[in-house]
Design a protein around this ligand. Structure first.
Ligand SMILES: NC(=O)c1ccc[n+]([C@@H]2O[C@H](COP(=O)([O-])OP(=O)(O)OC[C@H]3O[C@@H](n4cnc5c(N)ncnc54)[C@H](O)[C@@H]3O)[C@@H](O)[C@H]2O)c1
Length: 332
């Protein structure tokens, strides 16, 4: 394959980010951009340099794409992903994988038999601050006994559909899903979750959550997330506590590591790094194209994505029932 021919389905905000990155990759040619809005498809196709604006996934297939980026709103991921996998067309799906366990299961099963690669866009795993945390934990420099995690959203006003749980799948499937997935990435699989949820400002759903996670590794974590915090800094942070040691992130900008008593703390500040790099998009796109061209492991597989949906659904179940949920009951 000389160049990977990519089609984009859904020409909104995040599609613009991926398009900007893929355009600079000589191994990629963006051949088509599809959107139900002809104006949006035209505008992004213009930015993609020679891509054809079209109205549907079928028209992207007609252009002979090797891979599709699915960048439609949350509840519109499963159907196009399955259509790609059935045709053995590689697919990069934006998060979330699905907004139900059943949808995630269908994708996982389809990915097992497809000759194509499925990759889930969990960019936080490749964000500069979280790569640093992962390194500290993987190298055993920091043993994570306890973690304190916050992932607030400022509003559910932009894009407009984020206020509608019929389109988001529920608030947890919005920004909180990033750090729900990241918890598994950093601390391993979860054994149990106990959540308290409230409906404060949203008309139709729970928008306030506090939960406790117990991991099989022995780590315990508390996680708070609220939908309408007004974007006050820091709205996203992870603190990890080990043996006389602490690592703490502030947004996707800074990470501090205090390695022990009477030692200086180390600060990594990524302020000047371009957003698409420090938020992990550049690396996840590169790894997806590497996987297509060289057969390397895709960044986040369907099995991995499925487990994060299991965890998210367990959080909702605990919030709704008031019960502690043991994750093994979801195992299969
Ligand atoms: N990884 C991240 O950091 C990140 C950031 C933002 C959004 N996202 C995810 O990306 C997805 C898109 O979010 P966004 O902010 O770009 O939304 P957006 O509203 O800006 O863009 C979505 C686009 O999809 C189009 N669309 C809707 N239905 C369609 C259909 N059936 N066929 C073709 N096009 C259709 C819309 O017209 C719109 O142009 C969401 O799932 C969101 O959760 C991820």
């Amino acid at each position: 394959m000389a160049q990977v021919k990519v089609g984009i389905l859904g020409a909104g905000g995040i599609a613009k980010v991926h398009t900007g990155i893929l355009r600079r990759d000589d191994r990629v040619q963006i051949v088509g951009v599809a959107d139900i809005s002809a104006d949006r498809a035209h505008a992004l196709a213009g930015e993609a340099g020679g891509a054809r604006p079209v109205g549907s996934l079928e028209e992207l297939f007609d252009l002979g794409v090797d891979a599709v980026y699915v960048t439609t709103p949350n509840t519109l991921h499963v159907e196009p992903v399955l259509a790609c996998l059935q045709r053995n067309i590689h697919v990069f799906s934006e998060k979330p994988m699905s907004t139900s366990l059943e949808g995630a299961r269908q994708i996982r099963d389809a990915a097992k038999v497809s000759k194509a690669i499925y990759n889930l866009g969990m960019n936080r795993r490749y964000a500069s601050v979280y790569k640093r945390l992962k390194e500290l934990i993987a190298s055993s420099e920091l043993t994570p006994y306890l973690a304190h995690i916050k992932m607030n959203r400022g509003e559910l006003l932009q894009p407009e559909w984020t206020a509608n749980p019929q389109v988001t799948g529920g608030f947890l499937y919005e920004t909180p899903f990033h750090l729900i997935d990241l918890c598994r990435y950093l601390f391993g699989e979860v054994e149990s979750v106990y959540c308290q949820g409230r409906q404060n400002l949203s008309a139709a759903e729970l928008d306030t959550f506090a939960f406790v996670l117990s991991f099989t590794s022995g780590t315990i974590a508390n996680f708070v997330t609220y939908a309408h915090a007004g974007w006050s800094f820091p709205f996203e942070s992870v603190e990890v506590y080990g043996k006389y040691a602490t690592a703490a992130t502030q947004e996707l900008e800074k990470v501090m590591y205090a390695p022990g008593l009477k030692q200086a703390a180390q600060l990594h500040d990524f302020f000047q790094v371009p957003i698409e790099e420090k938020w992990g998009y550049v690396e996840e796109d590169r790894l997806f194209i590497d996987a297509i061209l060289y057969g390397s492991k895709p960044p986040v597989s369907a099995e991995d994505g499925y487990r994060s949906i299991q965890l998210l659904e367990a959080v909702y179940e605990s919030a709704r029932t008031g019960e502690k949920i043991e994750l093994f009951k979801y195992a299969e």
